[in-house]
Design a protein around this ligand. Sequence first.
Ligand SMILES: NC(=O)c1ccc[n+]([C@@H]2O[C@H](COP(=O)([O-])OP(=O)(O)OC[C@H]3O[C@@H](n4cnc5c(N)ncnc54)[C@H](OP(=O)(O)O)[C@@H]3O)[C@@H](O)[C@H]2O)c1
Length: 315
Amino acid sequence: MKALIYKKFGDPSVLEVVDNWPPPVLSPNTVLIKSIGGSVNPKDVLLRRGKFAKTLARDPLPRVAGHDIAGEVVEIGKDVSNVSAGDIVFGMTNKFSGGVHSEFALLDSNEVSCAPLNISTVEASSIPLAAQTALTALRDLCKVVAGQRVLINGASGGVGHFAIQIAKALGAEVHAVCGPGHIDFVTSLGADVVHDYTVKPVPAIASSFHSVFDVFGNFSRKAFAKQLGTRGVFVSTVPNLTTLCGELFAHMGFNKRSRLVQVKSSTTDLTQIREWVENGRLKPHVEMVYPLADAREAHRHIEGKHTAGKIVLSF
Ligand SMILES: NC(=O)c1ccc[n+]([C@@H]2O[C@H](COP(=O)([O-])OP(=O)(O)OC[C@H]3O[C@@H](n4cnc5c(N)ncnc54)[C@H](OP(=O)(O)O)[C@@H]3O)[C@@H](O)[C@H]2O)c1
């Protein structure tokens, strides 16, 4: 089958589309999907460059790229009951190294859900990793409830544009930070107040917040000590010494005010997200769709770090 692979780590030129990759083998709890769309995430870029190769991503090369996929179910394992052959589904693999940007993708049944009915399958493929990250950060770590004020830094990208809409769906007042080119975009997503990070340093925003979701990941809780007070929660997406220590303390039960989000795909969360999409509370924005043959360009696009919403590969 066709697959987007890399045989060595490096820049986007290491990506190759081959047509002789062995198709995945169905097992009792898995779902075989004929791929229609698959979005590109910064994690795909990091893995392609060789990040985590000695820790969480030790799978040998060559590897198939990609975590997000949407398409039509062609076959289900004997223990699968949440989807059927012929369903259009969307999902994300929980395998750290990815492996689903191929003509046929295999996901565990608990990593997929039926896709929203009111958007295209290519749009649906933009959702799983980024929206589930935003949902986990805001619902589970920030514990956002109606009436709270939330700051989202990096609000115009993949995770951020879902985070604005999810925070609104949870009833929060949303303050969003983006660059000068995306003020209108972020406003259109429902942010109550929009800040341009080139006008004022983000930690200088004079307002109190119940939580800060640092999607771009260039700050630590300390930078927002004034805005968060003693009880506010800071969540980052980027693992580094400070965020990992905060997460360790949280797991040891000391304090849960500085957290690192770690996305995990689940049918339950995808179903919640599907409901929000179908009732109009959440809408993915796909800035660009690239044919699989242009996957190198798609990776370069993400590496630019100024995507509005998501970009997607079309199979
Ligand atoms: N831990 C996890 O489980 C997890 C899950 C998902 C993502 N992540 C990480 O989260 C980060 C964001 O992911 P993503 O998918 O949202 O990436 P993305 O779509 O590539 O984000 C692009 C956005 O970053 C914004 N940006 C660029 N420079 C900025 C700055 N100095 N300050 C604030 N925002 C800035 C850009 O806004 P403007 O163009 O408006 O400047 C752009 O819209 C990545 O590092 C990714 O690896 C982690």
